[in-house]
Design a protein around this ligand. Structure first.
Ligand SMILES: Cc1ncc(COP(=O)(O)O)c(C=O)c1O
Length: 347
């Protein structure tokens, strides 16, 4: 039996943050209307601001990143086509088969070492569709969660866009953490989003909003996505109470993502050489640290006994994520606790 840890630091995800007092105030005071009728002024402001920051014509507020991706996939395609995506992509691994269930789409994964597909591999995966399902869409993920929160270089994102254009198919970005990519690349969000026809941006991850994502793209695409949002049960009424927190997230969240990235690097460095744990330091590019360990699920239990909550991502990977509700002291505590857990585990 372990004694109870002195405290618990939650590194499972950047989604675990609680809305700040300023967000709660803004939510309480939000000007609202019926958003299914397009009459919620706070939602309209959030959609317009996010679209502007992403360099796109229009935006659509949706309840989750999964819905942002799925309404985009449905709006871009017809049933029976293939969606090319990088291996490990959230749309394939963690959206419960929804592209198949809801939109009749087949994923075709391409290798993506470090989360970065080779544009030539994407070109090779394009199907003309005579005796095979034709390619209907190309998807990229930036940052790539399962690869370690890794950043896709702009030149690669652009080159894959050229492949999609040559194939005559649209190009979607799962940009759940595109703001983290922009921070790591040192460019505005619009530069990260530029090669894509649509981008799903999450407000409830590093930016700290309690709920919501915004899909951005051309007006016609967003109008079509609006139809799917309603079909999928995502038509919200006085959603301005949520969008009010989202506006604060979009205005204030991006400027502090560098702190999360610095803390993830510090955590990874402090854990270098911990027994039984391997870290690919080169993949610690944003707010995630992946530990490779023999028994990920067992180690997560050991971590919790030492005061750190983490997620097992498969049999041999444990993910630690820095976020808005942590400070330097929390991260220093977590580093010590993870090392102690590794030592106890190895003993
Ligand atoms: C890369 C990526 N895309 C999409 C999502 C889906 O977001 P949500 O949990 O809001 O549906 C996540 C969630 O963690 C994610 O990491």
């Amino acid at each position: 039996m372990h004694p109870a840890p002195p405290r618990t630091v939650d590194l499972r995800s950047d989604t675990v943050t609680k809305p700040s007092p300023a967000m709660r105030r803004a939510m309480a005071e939000a000007e609202v209307g019926d958003d299914v009728y397009g009459e919620d002024p706070t939602v309209l402001r959030l959609e317009a601001l996010t679209a502007e920051l992403a360099g796109k014509e229009a935006g659509l507020f949706v309840p989750s990143g999964t819905m942002g991706n799925q309404v985009a996939l449905a709006a871009h395609t017809t049933r029976g086509v293939e969606v090319i995506a990088p291996e490990g992509a959230h749309v394939y691994e963690y959206e419960l088969g929804s592209m198949a269930v809801l939109a009749g789409l087949m994923p075709r994964l391409v290798p993506a070492p470090g989360g970065v597909p080779d544009p030539e591999a994407v070109r090779g995966a394009v199907s003309p569709g005579r005796h095979q399902a034709p390619t209907g869409l190309v998807v990229l993920e930036n940052t790539h969660n399962k690869a370690g929160g890794t950043v896709v270089p702009l030149a690669v994102a652009t080159a894959i866009g050229d492949v999609a254009r040559a194939a005559g198919v649209p190009y979607h970005l799962d940009g759940a953490r595109a703001w983290n990519a922009a921070e790591a690349l040192g460019v505005p969000l619009a530069i990260v989003c530029a090669p894509f026809d649509s981008v799903s941006l999450c407000l409830s991850k590093g930016l700290g909003a309690p709920v919501g994502s915004v899909l951005v793209g051309a007006r016609a695409l967003i109008d079509e996505a609006h139809r799917y949002r309603k079909m999928y049960g995502g038509g919200m009424r006085q959603a301005g109470v949520l969008a009010a927190a989202g506006l604060i997230a979009v205005r204030e969240g991006p400027a502090r993502l560098g702190d999360d990235h610095r803390r993830a690097r510090a955590l990874a460095q402090a854990l270098d050489g911990a027994p039984g744990v391997a870290i690919d330091q080169g993949r610690v590019q944003t707010n995630m640290v992946y530990l490779e360990i023999a028994d990920a699920r067992g180690f997560v239990v050991e971590l919790e006994a030492h005061g750190v909550k983490a997620n097992a991502m498969g049999a041999r990977a444990v993910r630690l994520v820095t976020h808005l509700d942590l400070d330097d002291d929390d991260v220093a505590f977590a580093a010590q606790a993870v090392r102690a857990a590794a030592e106890a585990w190895a003993a």
